[in-house]
Design a protein around this ligand. Structure first.
Ligand code: ZN
Length: 298
């Protein structure tokens, strides 16, 4: 099994996008700096979607500008279409995150495209980024189930993986957008994905809607995933997925990794401190377990 994994901090984008309280550009930048101070090397800092659809991300360009370039840190901009990709490149992000959807139901609601069309769009976004000398990765959302279509065939997800295998993406992620995956399903899909795309790494993205996220992270690592998305405090959701709740919490993942002897390069105490800072910022308790229980041994 792998001795180290990479954490992608998604709190500033996936975490905040569903928050009703509008968070200011300065507060977002402060949040990102806290993640960096805690050791985060790759951070999803904003999404470049229409501001009417996701008002919380209307200041994406300002966040990139205020933050500036930071040595050793990859600032990811999430994009769902070519227009968003051009905006993100123009703003100056280091890496584009493209999203394709494994089910037509979610694809049409989220991106107004069928599953097949979203794959084509994701490939276009990757080549746009590469043309500008930047990297891009692709996330397959609803890879474990769709809020509208129900079960998603693993064979269909693997077909998409096959189509992405040589598009130039720096990694391919399997995302459980609505938090329905279980570890056995995760093991199978990560293993098969890895076989198809190696040496391109597999990233995973879990939501804790049904309390399975941390178990799914472990199953994914055992099956060969080397990059984990997580959000400080476990905040987040999806504006277009009914009843989707938070991402797996960064601090919960770090606890799992620390006590299992897997390196990650982040500082658990500082991440817990930031989760508590978020509670003040958002005026509500965050869902993570570690923010409440603390590290062990203390
Ligand atoms: Zn998510």
């Amino acid at each position: 099994m792998t001795k180290s994994v990479e954490i992608v901090e998604v709190g500033p984008r996936d975490g905040l996008q569903n928050e009703k309280t509008l968070v200011s550009t300065q507060e977002k930048v402060a949040f990102i700096h806290r993640a960096i101070d805690a050791g985060a090397k790759r951070i999803e800092i904003a999404s470049f979607v229409h501001p009417k659809r996701v008002p919380q991300m209307a200041d994406a360009e300002d966040v990139v500008r205020e933050l500036g370039q930071i040595d050793g840190v990859t600032r990811i901009g999430l994009t769902l279409n070519k227009r968003g990709a051009l905006r993100a490149l123009e703003a100056g992000v280091d890496q584009l995150g493209a999203v394709c959807v494994a089910s037509d139901g979610f694809g049409l609601k989220n991106q107004n495209q069928t599953s097949a069309q979203t794959v084509e769009t994701a490939k276009e976004i990757v080549s746009l980024a590469r043309g500008e000398g930047r990297t891009a990765q692709v996330t397959i959302s609803t890879a474990f189930g769709c809020p509208f279509d129900g079960e998603v065939a693993q064979s269909h997800v693997l077909e998409i993986v096959n189509q992405l295998a040589d598009c130039g993406a720096s990694e391919v992620a399997l995302a459980d957008t609505i938090g329905v995956a279980v570890p056995a399903q995760v093991s199978r899909l990560v293993q098969e994905t890895k076989e198809i795309i190696a040496p391109i790494p597999v990233r995973v993205h879990f939501h804790n809607t049904r309390n399975m996220a941390i178990a799914n992270v472990w199953a994914a690592i055992e099956a060969g995933a080397t990059i984990i998305d997580s959000s400080i405090g476990g905040i987040g959701g999806c504006p277009f997925a009914p009843a989707a709740t938070g991402n797996v919490a960064t601090e919960d993942v770090l606890y799992l990794l620390n006590r299992s002897g897997i390196e990650h390069g982040l500082d658990l105490d500082r991440i817990i401190g930031t989760a508590k800072w978020l509670e003040t910022l958002l005026g509500a308790k965050v869902p993570s377990m570690l923010a409440a229980a603390g590290d062990f041994p203390c």
